[in-house]
Design a binder for this molecule. Structure first.
Ligand SMILES: [Zn+2]
Length: 434
């Protein structure tokens, strides 16, 4: 079969499957769940795969599934990912009244896209023409939130990391994967797709200044004011900003989460949280060192103690030129050239960044939605652009990769130099978790 014929069959199946795809996306939208609690969402996606008669496994003691779909000929494994979790957005009209969770990051769309791609390859009858395996992974907990809850999970040994993909990397879910693919939704205005975005990585920080309480009116001289230490720390951090190189896109945004107990006592227990974000691992480490210096100097100035707990965040998002080019050539058959943006500078973070350090990774954005991510305004604008276009573009990209004995996939894999091997990745995580 010619490659174009395979693609034609795939597109037909996707069109035929349209209402089922939309149904799944809408059902998940109505069942928003937060990270590491996505039980109902897991059942919905599990049922969808079982209806497709694709065997799947639930992750052990973790939400999510993974499902293998083998082509007739052996070859590389391509993972297609969909994230299970919602975000908290109290103001969103569709937020769950109890948990305030809502799919304001469009992860329900990702799952529908993952399903749509699986259905296309399962039903098109093209296995004999392709070489390799598709590995569909529904991943938990992409949003870095509810840190106390995740801390409890970690202390009780249920998870190692706050991010779902980090956890799955550690557990070996990506050990046999050669290439990973996923998408995010984004308000792109009149455009329909954005390829080759770059994103920041970060380390999370919990900070505790420990002073000495004393009556704030009658004996302040006997106390050690931990709030003063925190205020100095904020200023010390601000004094570092001119030393951050533009190209490193450093973002440090501390907040004080506890400023004292009662007003007539000199604050002895003051807490802060921050992220330290940057575009590459070295810049994260270097900015983090400066932040630590700022915190320690502030404590020293007033004679307080400071306890700093670092939590491994996500790594910067890296592009793979080979994969981006294949996707672009397929998009050009689906939309106008003017509707595609190439390159994007994102100072937010995705846990797919971690995956992109280990293997060739493809992470485009698709439009069809409006409103900023994580805000009350986020909603779907056009089903076709938001749901169906990504499935077609990604499925056709996979055909290109696995056709002709997976020659293109093998080229992408051979050309790739991982920034980290799994072992180095895990020790970097340990280094960040100080
Ligand atoms: Zn997201």
């Amino acid at each position: 079969m010619q490659k174009d014929e395979i693609k034609k069959k795939i597109i037909e199946v996707i069109n035929d499957n349209r209402s089922k795809i939309i149904e799944i996306i809408e059902e998940i939208y109505k069942t928003p769940e937060l990270g590491y609690k996505e039980e109902k969402t897991t059942s919905i996606i599990a049922k969808a795969f079982s209806d497709l008669e694709i065997n799947f496994k639930e992750h052990e003691n973790l939400t999510g599934i993974n499902a293998l779909l083998k082509m007739e000929n052996p070859g590389p494994t391509i993972a297609v990912l969909g994230e299970l979790d919602a975000v908290i957005c109290t103001e969103h009209p569709d937020a769950d009244p109890e948990t305030k969770a809502v799919h304001a990051c469009g992860h329900n769309i990702q799952l529908g896209v993952m399903y749509g791609v699986a259905a296309a390859f399962k039903k098109a009858g093209v296995e004999s023409e392709l070489a390799g395996t598709l590995n569909f992974i529904a991943t938990p907990a992409e949003e870095f939130i509810e840190l106390e809850f995740r801390d409890e999970l970690r202390e009780s040994g249920k998870i190692n990391y706050f991010g779902g993909k980090q956890e799955l990397i550690k557990r070996g879910s990506f050990d046999d994967v050669d290439i990973s693919i996923m998408m995010h939704s984004l308000d792109l205005g009149q455009k329909k797709a954005l390829i080759a975005p770059e994103g920041n990585g970060f380390v999370g920080k919990k900070i505790k200044f420990i002073g000495k309480e004393s009556h704030a009116g009658s004996a302040p001289e006997k106390g050690i004011n931990a709030l003063n230490a925190a205020v100095l720390a904020m200023n010390n951090i601000n004094a570092q900003r001119e030393t951050f190189a533009e190209k490193d896109r450093v973002r440090v945004h501390p907040i004080i989460t506890k400023g004292g107990d009662i007003v007539n006592i000199v604050p002895a227990d003051v807490r802060m949280e921050s992220y330290v974000r940057a575009r590459n691992i070295e810049a994260i480490k270097s900015a983090n060192k400066k932040v630590d210096r700022s915190l320690k100097a502030a404590a020293m100035a007033v004679g307080a103690d400071v306890k700093i707990t670092d939590i491994p965040g996500y790594l910067p998002l890296l592009n793979n030129e080979g994969l981006d080019l294949i996707l672009k050539s397929n998009l050009l058959n689906l939309v106008e050239k003017e509707e595609i943006t190439v390159g994007g500078d994102f100072t937010g973070s995705f846990d797919f960044g971690d995956v992109s350090h280990l293997m060739p990774a493809l992470h485009p954005f698709f439009g069809g939605v409006s409103g900023d991510l994580h805000t009350r305004d986020f909603k779907t604008k056009a089903d076709e652009d938001a749901y169906i276009l990504p499935i077609k573009a990604l499925a056709m990209t996979i055909v290109d990769l696995l056709y002709n004995n997976a020659a293109e996939a093998k080229k992408v894999i051979n050309d790739f130099q991982p920034l980290l091997k799994k072992k180095e990745y895990l020790s970097l995580m340990d280094e960040f978790a100080k």
